[in-house]
Design a protein around this ligand. Structure first.
Ligand code: GP9
Ligand code: MN
Length: 616
């Protein structure tokens, strides 16, 4: 081989090695366990790319090499960044959601950690090197070209074989089959999904209704039944509120004094309540609360099922004489709310377009101004009313103006997501306190049932800094189970109720819980959740952030293995955190799969109208 050609080959080989090292660094962050298998899995796709680049001749060769290597680097960069924030890899399925990125640009900027740039560090030197290199025509012998082609073909076969071996949830395919197999498999899945809309399972709808709808819910003899009869329903979906801030002090400073006061007086506080969202995030929380159905782990429900029929809490309340309103200090079209609220039974939607927006914090209207303006709307609307209020000031990256920051942070927490988070939650708590006062002043307090919960986690443990700071702050290992724990406070003024409940529950349980307090029944639709004031055992079926089949009950947490093999799963005691035998979890695993599959099946096939007809 001519020595110049050898240099070309060495260049390509070095780039291949750099990409291999970067890929393995990514896999360390992905907490992959089988590194040997991963190396074997990621070598073929990289050899295909660099093998093909090596076959390019002529003047454009260097340019194509730079482009190819840069694309690989950006894929790894995006994967690392996305995983650190969300706990799994990006899917092409979520490309329609990219439209939302400019609106949350601040949050995205905060996602970029300088360390991630390791994936891109070599691009500029690479360009400089190739620019300075003399252009010349490369001439490989026929034999070496032939070898190169064979390598590419054999690697292609190996790559395809690896992909065909993927089992379990596609979103976790990277954990055993490498990131590149995951991405290709993801694309193949999307293509096959768009030709075949519904899931492969077919269920009998009568069986679903029979198994899911709880007959006990038709009885009046339940605890707290009707204690809030005919009251206004005020649902406050508190952005990113996690449970750890409740009753917690930071360097002697109470983080949420107003929430703490509220939950100690005329309230039921659920401290083992968990988020239940998919890619639709905030909007999925709203959906789950209003429908008592599970979100979809593949899509945002508000984006995907705009044409579906629903039977929601607002629908039921309207049939019982309520007016319905949603209030949110941001653009009406965000998360498709302007399209989805009408078919969720919400007649009136007050968004930033209808409010005075001179007091913005982060994404939209600051909570104090938002509550203040909302009071006027709530005073005007016909009573009793249902109102869904979605707050914003504690939205990622949790930056609130300096003059509004009241918590004195230690130096190490300045300019960290954690520091920002507790500042913004503290501000949002103060705003909530003012809102309660305003409700009283406007005569709306006594006759209302007020529910407050966090829509989802704010500090994801995938980010190294969050994990470190939170583990130290809480004194326990900060993992997903901890971060997904959001508080639920049900405040019923004047009842003298004062309860702390540790039954586990999630957003899916709110609808049946609320209607029991109002003395109402759902004879028409389907509810996957349970009334948390009457349920004997709590149960949370998880399917997002962790694989489907994972669950939490009152004693334990079960996390299904990402490779889809039951025996590789993990389970531990909810309180002691001691590992437990996963065989004790099989029943719960099957229950979790069934519940989420049934719910997804109804959504995919738009079956709510049929359910209503069957319930007649
Ligand atoms: C925006 C707000 C935040 O309207 O609901 O949404 P999120 O980014 O948390 O899903
Ligand atoms: Mn949110």
């Amino acid at each position: 081989m001519e020595s110049r050609n050898r240099i070309d080959l060495i260049e390509i080989f070095i780039l291949f090695c750099i990409s291999l090292v970067k890929t393995m660094i990514l896999h360390v962050y992905l907490e992959s366990q089988h590194y040997f298998e991963i190396i074997i899995a990621v070598i073929p796709p990289l050899l295909i790319v660099y093998g093909l680049l090596n076959l390019i001749k002529g003047k454009k060769r260097n340019l194509y090499i730079i482009i190819g290597h840069t694309i690989i680097s950006f894929i790894l960069f995006a994967d690392l960044m996305y995983y650190q924030h969300f706990g799994f890899l990006p899917s092409v399925r979520l490309i329609p959601l990219l439209k939302l990125v400019p609106s949350v640009a601040n949050s995205v900027a905060f996602m970029i950690h300088p360390m991630y740039l390791i994936m891109l560090i070599d691009i500029i030197p690479l360009i400089i090197y190739f620019k300075s290199k003399k252009k010349r025509n490369i001439t490989y012998s026929r034999r070496s070209k032939r070898i190169n082609r064979y390598v590419v073909i054999i690697m292609l076969i190996a790559f395809i074989v690896n992909i065909t071996f993927i089992n379990g949830e596609s979103m976790y395919a990277y954990s055993d089959h490498g990131v590149y197999s995951y991405h290709v498999y993801d694309i193949v899945n999307i293509i096959s999904d768009s030709t075949e809309e519904t899931s492969t399972n077919i269920y009998d709808l009568d069986t679903i209704i029979e198994e899911v709808n709880n007959k006990e819910y038709l009885s009046d003899k339940r605890r707290y039944h009707g204690i809030a009869k005919n009251r206004n329903v005020i649902i406050i979906q508190f952005e990113s509120l996690q449970d750890f801030v409740i009753n917690r002090k930071y360097r002697g400073q109470e983080l949420t004094p107003n929430l703490n006061k509220l939950l100690n007086n005329d309230s039921i506080y659920f401290n083992n309540y968990y988020q239940q969202v998919g890619p639709g995030n905030t909007s999925d929380a709203e959906f789950t609360v209003n429908n008592s159905m599970y979100p979809i782990y593949k899509y945002s429900v508000y984006k995907k099922y705009t044409e579906n029929n629903f039977y929601t809490l607002p629908h039921l309340l309207k049939e019982n004489g309520y007016s319905t309103i949603a209030l949110h200090g941001y653009k009406e079209e965000f998360w498709n709310r302007n399209i989805m609220y009408p078919n969720q039974g919400i007649d009136d939607f007050i968004s930033i377009e209808d409010l005075n927006d001179d007091n913005t914090i982060g994404l939209g209207i600051g909570d104090k101004s938002f509550y203040n303006q909302s009071i006027k709307k709530l005073s005007e609307i016909n009573k009793p009313f249902y109102s869904l209020m979605i707050t914003l000031s504690s939205h990622n990256p949790y930056e609130i103006p300096e003059e509004k920051q009241k918590i004195k942070l230690s130096e190490e927490h300045e300019d960290t997501l954690f520091g920002n988070y507790i500042q913004s939650v503290n501000y949002a708590d103060e705003a909530l306190g003012e809102f309660i006062v305003e409700l009283k002043e406007n005569g709306l307090y006594d006759n209302s049932l007020i529910m407050i919960y966090g829509d989802h986690s704010g500090l994801f443990p995938n980010r190294e800094d969050n994990k470190e700071i939170m583990t130290e702050f809480l004194g326990v290992n900060y993992d997903f189970d901890e971060s997904m724990n959001v508080p639920l406070i049900i405040h019923v003024p004047g009842t003298g109720i004062n309860e702390n409940k540790s039954i586990v529950g999630s957003h899916v349980d709110l609808f049946p819980t609320i209607i029991n307090l109002l003395g109402l029944k759902n004879n028409k639709g389907i509810m996957f959740g349970q009334d948390l004031n009457n349920a004997k055992e709590g149960f949370v079926a998880l399917q997002y952030f962790v694989p489907k089949g994972s669950f939490i009950d009152d004693k334990k947490i079960f996390i299904m293995s990402k490779d889809g093999i039951f025996k590789n799963s993990r389970a531990w005691n909810l309180i002691t955190k001691e590992p437990i035998d996963i065989e004790n979890c099989r029943e719960g695993y099957e229950k979790a799969i069934k519940k989420t599959d049934y719910s997804n099946y109804i959504l995919e096939n738009n079956l709510i109208r049929e359910i209503i007809n069957k319930n007649k």
